[in-house]
Design a protein around this ligand. Structure first.
Ligand code: SF4
Length: 401
């Protein structure tokens, strides 16, 4: 069964790897006649100039700020990104400052924003710009697209917002708006629909003021043509909208439902000894590489973080800690359960209190370092969302909640 799109507050990064279908490679879309395009452009830009939000990355056309903001906005809402963007720019005010930073510093500045691959790629992109382009983000599409983590969407944003190049943008907001304008009933996720959307966006973006147009296009989707209950009465281009004319604005676009997440169960030990707590750092080539965590084992279901020990079946938590950190522990009560999403999985993590019976630590499989640390210094270490929830729980308990 198909359902209308529900939520796209965050931007989906849509790359240009879509298979170009018949619509994309054949004749221009008959819906997009020049007078319609002209009406859309004029209506959108005039509305944007009087209604746009004052967002920190819009204060100038610095391509570095645009690259940072657009990378953060992939899969993340504007409201969530604003404080991270401001902190990140304070920490790394220029592209060269970012390029020179250690990866751990970059990840720490990104901590809490999720999808850490974006941070690693942004860091790699900054290094590439320094190495190949003298520290200046290039303004030609080929070089921009060659930067790590820069798909067609982010390239379109950088090229049009910073350099006014007529590069198209298709993201969660604009694809919804386009599908409604043109009353397209194809599944938004289908490669043929994506190809058609990119073709339409290419035709819509004007040769001049491309950046303003693209931002207006996205802003309409964010503020007016929202996923649910679009504000058609306030819409500056309502008269050109076919979905509205047909009464389909609440039904379109069509998006095939996401498959249910795979369930996973993990357990971790909050091992304490002499007022310090045990943390381990994940090794290379694994999910959350370089992150610290409380020693964690896979219990049942899917194993998205690759926690199973090679050549062994499931292990008990005590044995798991012995393998990961080289110490014996005494396990106590379950203290907390946290749940979180990772890739296509939903993970339930049970955290148990434990007492460390040994002092000396030996990192095991998948661990590069194990340490005893004071609870008050945990904030200095890079943790994923589960770890941060557990640290907050520890702080609450020590305050007597
Ligand atoms: S008229 Fe309604 S459905 Fe059409 S673009 Fe405007 S807000 Fe969206």
């Amino acid at each position: 069964m198909r359902r209308p799109a529900k939520d796209s507050a965050g931007r989906s990064s849509v790359t240009n790897n879509t298979t170009r279908g018949k619509e994309a490679s054949g004749d221009p879309d008959p819906d997009l006649d020049p007078s319609w395009i002209d009406q859309v452009r004029r209506g959108l830009v005039a509305w944007y100039e009087r209604s746009s939000r004052d967002l920190p990355w819009r204060s100038d056309r610095d391509p570095y700020r645009i690259l940072v903001s657009e990378t953060m906005l992939v899969q993340t809402t504007v409201a969530a990104v604003v404080p991270y963007f401001e902190r990140f720019l304070k920490r790394f005010p220029t592209l060269s400052a970012l390029a020179e930073a250690e990866e751990a510093e970059v990840l720490k500045a990104w901590e809490g924003l999720g999808y850490y691959r974006r941070a690693r790629q942004l860091h790699a992109a900054a290094k590439q710009v320094v190495a190949l382009h003298g520290g200046k983000i290039p303004d030609d599409p080929e070089s921009v697209r060659a930067l790590p983590g820069v798909g067609r969407y982010i390239a379109g944003a950088v090229l049009s917002f910073a350099f006014d190049r007529p590069a198209p943008i298709v993201e969660a907001n604009t694809q919804r708006v386009l599908a409604r304008w043109l009353a397209w009933r194809g599944d938004l996720k289908a490669s043929s629909t994506q190809a058609r959307l990119w073709q339409a966006a290419e035709r819509l973006v004007p040769a001049q003021r491309a950046g303003v147009f693209n931002q207006a296009f996205m802003e309409l989707g964010a503020l007016i043509c929202t996923p649910r209950a679009p504000s058609c009465l306030l819409c500056p281009v309502a008269e050109v909208c076919r979905a509205r004319a047909l009464g389909l604005q609440d039904v379109l676009p069509i998006v095939s439902p996401r498959p249910s997440p795979l369930q996973a169960v993990e357990a971790c030990a909050l091992v304490v000894r002499d007022g310090r707590i045990l943390i381990v750092k994940r090794g290379p080539n694994r999910l959350w590489e370089g992150f610290w965590e409380f020693p964690t084992i896979h219990v049942s279901g899917a194993d998205p973080a690759g926690r199973s020990f090679e050549g062994r079946g499931p292990v008990e938590l005590g044995e798991g800690v012995r393998l990961l950190a080289g110490i014996e522990i005494e396990i106590g009560a379950r203290l907390q359960t946290v749940t979180f999403g990772v890739t296509k999985h939903r993970v339930k993590l049970d955290a148990f209190e434990a007492r460390g019976l040994d002092e000396s630590l030996t990192p095991g499989p998948g661990v590069v370092e194990a340490r005893w640390v004071r609870p008050e210094s945990l904030a200095d270490y890079l943790f994923g969302s589960a770890g941060r929830q557990l640290i907050a729980g520890l702080a609450r308990r020590s305050l007597g909640d």
